[in-house]
Design a protein around this ligand. Structure first.
Ligand code: NDP
Ligand code: 8X3
Length: 252
């Protein structure tokens, strides 16, 4: 389609699969993340496979200075921005709130909420100037239903949903669209990151369920960005067949 698509957190999981599906359909992708070697590998993969323009941006969304210094020039060099996928995010820890780490809480809020705000603030002027664009924010079922031991992560994802709704209201006089994607449990590096590299504990999250895969979420992201100008999909909630709510999973 030759659109210009900026994806944060494109080095693994859902963001990586988003990069693949947009590039596969002929869109140009600007891929942001902290891990330089992964960005380089994805760029090589997508350029070879699909022949689209692939740019990379080493970016820590927690750093307001980093985002304010790098995102605008990167978009200018890339040739513009039609779609922003605010996907970078993480959970840290799974503990009763009273026992949880304040450092983990700060990391989640800085990444999932403040990072999304910093990036969106840099991207929106381009979309406002062209009176079009699509912001896709990665929320979670955790933002709809809080679950035990996940209070801060759930709160950050509730904030993502509320930010989407507020930005949609404030840009109503434009053709800009805003969508929140709210997946349930998706089998990615998410749990390994949450448990600070404890792979065994991470695996146990996905044991006994046929979890949805990152490419399933990417399919939905791609779908919502390919609707007629008149149609805006505000929210999509998707989960495994064995999941009924954030806290209700049927393990076989
Ligand atoms: P992954 O751990 O596989 O991917 C997370 C991505 O976020 C990585 O590309 C990582 O890149 C990036 N990221 C993390 N911190 C930063 C940062 N400070 N600056 C820039 N990029 C950052 O997990 P998922 O693919 O599962 O997670 C993607 C999103 O989906 C997150 O927002 C998550 O909350 C959400 N989500 C996940 C679900 C799940 O069950 N897996 C369900 C619902 C929502 P790098 O480390 O290179 O910076
Ligand atoms: C990630 C899904 O249920 O592990 O947002 O919080 S869950």
């Amino acid at each position: 389609m030759n659109r210009h698509v900026l994806i944060t957190g494109a080095t693994s999981g859902i963001g990586l699969e988003c990069a693949r599906i947009f590039a596969q359909h002929g869109d140009h992708v600007l891929l942001a993340g902290r891990r330089e070697e992964r960005l380089a590998a994805v760029k090589a993969e997508l350029e070879t496979a699909y022949g689209v323009q692939v740019q990379t941006l080493i970016l820590d969304v927690r750093s307001r200075e980093d985002v304010e210094a790098k995102v605008k020039p990167a978009i200018e060099a890339f040739g513009g921005v039609d779609v922003l996928v605010n996907n970078a995010g993480l959970a840290q820890g799974l503990d009763d709130f009273q026992d949880s780490s304040v450092d983990d809480a700060v990391t989640m809020i800085d990444t999932n909420v403040k990072g999304l705000i910093y990036v969106t603030k840099e991207v929106l002027p381009f979309m406002m100037a062209q009176n079009s664009g699509h912001i896709v924010n990665m929320g979670s079922t955790a933002g709809i239903y809080a679950y035990p031991k996940g209070a801060v992560y759930c709160a950050t994802k509730a904030a993502v949903k509320t930010l989407s709704d507020g930005i949609r209201m404030d840009t109503i006089g434009t053709d800009i669209k805003v969508t929140t994607i709210q997946p349930g449990i998706v089998e990615t590096d998410f749990s390994a990151v949450r448990f600070h590299g404890d792979e065994e504990r991470a695996k146990s999250v996905y044991a006994g369920i046929e979890a949805i895969q990152p490419e399933d979420v990417a399919d939905v992201v791609y779908y919502v960005t390919n609707q007629p100008r008149r149609l805006q999909i505000s929210d999509v909630t998707i989960m495994a067949n064995q999941q009924a709510a954030g806290f209700m999973v049927h393990k076989k």
